[in-house]
Ligand binder design. Structure first.
Ligand code: SF4
Ligand code: SF4
Length: 183
């Protein structure tokens, strides 16, 4: 019994000494202190933070208000209202992201067929009023293409080519009338 108590005491003393030794070693190490915000660490290009809505290379809004980003968003923080221009092209009449709920997962960017919605590395968006974290379309829309400089959805999707009209290519169905519910 005495041997067992002595053994436990010895183990406890060793653990304590090891802890103190680690602390002692760190007393002589140079501290690593980054003075944020004076010093800002360079973040990887793929860091996911604030979301933007980008434009086509020709300056048009890329978003066609397809609702895919809001459907895929796991926290339902994207909402919008679709509208249609006179030439039939869709756009978002309004587009809203609640950054107080966004978890910056990037799924909206993955789902977007037009490369409109993109996450950027910019993360300094702290606000005192939580409602200031609700961004409207005018806060999100930028005048550049973001990380996808060349892509223009309408140059690739639903266009006739010199080998055939819409629906005439190999394994391509006839275009559907999206304004009709009839089969
Ligand atoms: S990054 Fe994720 S959570 Fe944030 S808006 Fe996009 S899908 Fe939603
Ligand atoms: S941002 Fe992209 S996915 Fe979201 S509605 Fe616009 S086009 Fe669709």
């Amino acid at each position: 019994m005495v041997d067992k108590v002595m053994g436990s005491a010895w183990e406890a003393t060793k653990a304590l000494a090891s802890g103190f030794a680690t602390t002692f070693i760190h007393l002589f190490r140079k501290p690593i202190t980054e003075e944020y915000p004076e010093y800002k660490r360079l973040l990887p290009a793929r860091t996911r933070a604030v979301i933007i809505l980008t434009r086509d290379p020709d300056g048009g809004e890329r978003c066609v208000a397809c609702y895919l980003c809001s459907a895929v968003c796991p926290v339902s923080c994207i909402s919008m209202q679709s509208a249609e221009r006179e030439d039939g092209r869709r756009y978002a009449a309004w587009f809203r992201i609640n950054f107080a709920r966004c978890i910056y997962c990037g799924l909206c960017e993955e789902a977007c067929p037009t490369s409109a919605i993109q996450l950027t590395p910019y993360f300094e968006t702290c606000k005192r009023n939580i409602l200031d974290l609700v961004y409207e379309k005018e806060d999100l829309l930028v005048d550049h293409q973001g990380k996808d400089k060349e892509y223009n959805f309408y140059k690739y999707a639903g266009v006739a080519t010199d080998v055939g009209d819409k629906g005439e290519h190999i394994r391509e169905d006839e275009p559907v009338n999206v304004k009709s519910n009839l089969p």
